[in-house]
Design a protein around this ligand. Structure first.
Ligand code: FAD
Length: 198
């Protein structure tokens, strides 16, 4: 989780990192582990730092054009999250929303009664998914949750109902960690398979 990640300020630069910025295992900021808002704060901080390290306080270069860093700073100061271009690399939230869509849709199209091969395929997928998910702090926590020593969080793969419920519980675990509202798992099929009842 963001809380179990490396703390802000544990990097090379002297200024503490903005709140919510998560570092990668190599000590560099991890974009797919960080929200757009925190990422903006980080780029703003970097732009301010490079602007301060320039000898003149002028926002223009000797050619009279805006420097790249100043232009970046201006953009960071004026853009709101809703203006984020859709063709930017995903932040932790966009990646998460897209991934939950995939995962719940896999549950929605899972067989009503799954045979041994189907169960083994899904089990393998979840095992690799939980290791390869691009936000490493998310992946670490998800793996730890699945591997709870009691065995209670192991994927339930016998049927669509069981698997969909399990996926909903997995998602709720992350919702709780992030302080979000829990989803009523009795409604997972309406949300992800049949559509809402009128
Ligand atoms: P999301 O949580 O992405 O949900 C999308 C939609 O799913 C909701 O609008 C709702 O309609 C529906 N939904 C919500 N809860 C449930 C449920 N329990 N069952 C079924 N449907 C539901 N982010 C972090 O900052 N830190 C983490 O450690 C982290 N770990 C993650 C681990 C995994 C495996 C994944 C896939 C994502 C993780 N995320 C993490 C991202 C996070 O879960 C959210 O996707 C992100 O914060 C965006 O949230 P959201 O409010 O837009 O809705």
């Amino acid at each position: 989780s963001a809380s179990s990640s490396k703390p802000a300020g544990d990097n090379d630069s002297k200024a503490p990192l903005p709140k919510g910025v998560v570092l990668d295992k190599d000590g560099k900021p991890c974009r797919t582990c960080t929200s757009v808002a925190s990422w903006r704060a980080l780029t703003k901080q970097a732009d301010l730092k490079s602007a301060n390290s320039n000898s003149t306080s002028s926002p223009t270069s000797s050619t009279g054009k805006m420097t790249t860093s100043t232009a970046g700073l201006a953009a960071a100061a004026t853009a709101s999250p809703s203006e984020t271009p859709s063709d930017c690399p995903p932040d932790v939230e966009e990646l998460g929303r897209s991934t939950w869509t995939l995962l719940h849709s896999m549950a929605a199209t899972y067989p009503e009664k799954a045979n041994a091969e189907h169960q083994a395929n899904m089990s393998g997928f979840l095992k690799f998914f939980s290791k390869l998910y691009p936000c490493w702090v998310c992946a670490d926590d998800f793996q730890a949750w699945m591997a709870h020593p009691s065995g209670r969080n192991q994927p339930k793969l016998g049927s669509r109902k069981d698997f969909g419920w399990w996926m909903c519980e997995a998602h709720n675990e992350v919702n709780r960690k992030l302080g979000k509202k829990e989803f009523d798992c009795r409604l997972w099929e309406e949300r992800w398979r049949t559509g809402w009842k009128d």
